[in-house]
Design a protein around this ligand. Structure first.
Ligand code: AMP
Ligand code: ZN
Length: 114
């Protein structure tokens, strides 16, 4: 499958791994927008938040069960933020479900304020 994150899972594209187990991979974002910027993905290909179903949601639950540990491993000491961009309006650029784990600074909330 021509999916960049599936290729990272397969080891065909290198990544700076933060955490890995049978179901989940977490690696540093190649273009970080915060001091801590980790991408957390299920190893099964799910295209986006919009494709989460009862049949595949166990992978999503596993990600959220592990996020506190991944955040600690990544160096978040004062909290963090988890974001998933979905579809065109959400700004999704890679069509494999992923969660951005952001931290290492006090993150502004009003990023869209005009
Ligand atoms: P999104 O725009 O929400 O789909 O997020 C995709 C993210 O993947 C972006 O923040 C990219 O910087 C990141 N990204 C794309 N290719 C790679 C890669 N090869 N290694 C690490 N992060 C990547
Ligand atoms: Zn994929």
């Amino acid at each position: 499958m021509d999916c960049i994150f599936c290729k990272i899972i397969a080891g065909e594209i290198p990544s700076a791994k933060v955490y890995e187990d049978d179901d989940i991979l977490a690696f540093k974002d190649i273009n970080p927008i915060a001091p801590v910027h980790v991408i957390v993905i299920p190893k099964t290909h799910i295209a986006s938040m919009d494709e989460i179903r009862p049949e595949n949601s166990a992978a999503v639950a596993k990600i959220f069960e592990k996020i506190p540990e991944i955040a600690r491993l990544a160096g978040c000491e004062n909290g963090y933020r988890v974001v998933s961009n979905c579809g065109a309006d959400g700004g999704q650029t890679v069509p494999h479900l992923h969660f951005h784990l952001l931290g290492g600074m006090a993150l502004p909330w009003d990023v869209f304020a005009k």
